[in-house]
Design a protein around this ligand. Structure first.
Ligand SMILES: Nc1ncnc2c1ncn2[C@@H]1O[C@H](COP(=O)(O)OP(=O)(O)OP(=O)(O)O)[C@@H](O)[C@H]1O
Ligand SMILES: [Mg+2]
Length: 315
């Protein structure tokens, strides 16, 4: 088994009577990106604040890079780069002063700070903002600077709370690309997001959290299979379907059909699809396409969070 850089055991947080995080047990290995999804108020931010050792759990524990978030907070903070939801920047500072300040708190040398900030500011298109005070930064610029700050000490664990929420599409694209590049065999990344495209694009595994509890956790592919059933294939012909139906393999489970198209479930596409194509050749039918029907993470999310089995249907 690979090393877990993030490990939680029954992590729980109460705010008075409210159970914001309820028995969360997670493992994120080196090289893995985990997306945390869930409705507003589900407990995502509270969870990662506990991982960053900013908030103490009521019960349970979390280990970051092997360090206990309660007993070894200094080592934990050294191991973590945290992009918070509300990154309070020091409005009168300029970005280099700000980054130098945080670089020094991580014991980085002036030369390392200089080199990393130059690279990172350039990567996120902030090099030209050096004369502005942080109070003059736009929302998206602030978010980028907060990301630069989170990356400055090259942490083993990155905790990113809605990293692209304020960004224009091109900047969001750039940040996603950077997150992909930051995935390495030595690093684990957690991304909280409401952007399901982003989650699917970046994450190796997805945990859906609702009312403080993890209600689904798997790879995007497995979540789709478990919640939406086996993959669905679509066969499209030039010709009408009714003339060739009798040639189709008997094990086929059609779910929908039209004049010249058919959709079927395939638990084993490697085996069934070649048979279907052979059958069409035998029938003399002209195939336009045989392809898998795309199913979105949105379908999974809506099913898990608002799906059947919940009498209230509330998030
Ligand atoms: N410091 C606090 N004191 C009291 N209650 C809090 C505190 N922080 C969070 N909560 C409550 O805990 C619950 C979980 O909040 P949290 O911020 O973790 O949700 P979230 O999943 O990040 O939501 P969002 O998607 O809106 O960011 C909410 O009901 C919130 O009101
Ligand atoms: Mg949040």
């Amino acid at each position: 088994m690979k090393m877990a850089l993030i490990e939680t055991h029954e992590l729980t947080k109460h705010f008075g009577d409210l159970v914001a995080v309820d028995n969360v047990s997670l493992r994120v290995e080196a090289g893995e990106v985990l997306a945390l999804l869930g409705p507003n108020g589900a407990g995502k931010t509270t969870t990662i604040r506990m991982l960053a050792s900013i908030l103490q759990p009521t019960r349970g524990r979390a280990l970051i890079n092997g360090f206990d978030t309660v007993k070894e907070p200094i080592q934990v903070r050294r191991s973590v780069g945290f992009l918070t939801e509300h990154h309070g920047l020091y409005t009168r500072m300029r970005q280099m002063e700000y980054l130098e300040f945080f670089g020094r708190t991580h014991d980085l040398t002036a030369a390392v700070i200089e080199q990393r900030t130059t690279d990172l500011l350039d990567r996120f298109g902030l090099s030209e903002a050096s004369d502005l005070r942080l109070g003059q930064f736009s929302k998206g610029m602030r978010q980028k600077l907060a990301l630069v700050r989170a990356l400055l000490h090259d942490p083993a664990v990155l905790l990113l709370d809605e990293p692209t929420s304020a960004m224009d599409p091109a900047s969001a694209h750039l940040v996603r690309e950077s997150i992909r590049n930051l995935r390495s065999s030595k690093r684990a990344i957690v991304v909280c997001t409401h952007n399901l495209y982003e989650a699917e694009d970046l994450a190796d595994s997805i945990a859906i959290i609702r009312r403080g509890r993890i209600i689904a956790h798997d790879t995007p592919e497995m979540l789709k299979r478990q919640l939406l059933g086996e993959p669905i294939m679509e066969l499209r012909l030039v010709d009408r379907l009714d003339g060739v139906l009798k040639y189709l393999p008997s094990e086929l489970e059609p779910v929908e059909m039209g004049e010249n198209w058919l959709r079927y479930r395939a638990s084993n596409p490697d085996r069934v699809n070649p048979k279907v194509l052979n059958a069409m050749t035998q029938a003399g039918a002209r195939v336009i396409t045989l392809s898998e029907v795309e199913r979105s993470l949105e379908d999974v999310y809506l099913q898990v969070v608002h799906g059947k089995g919940d009498p209230e249907g509330q998030p």
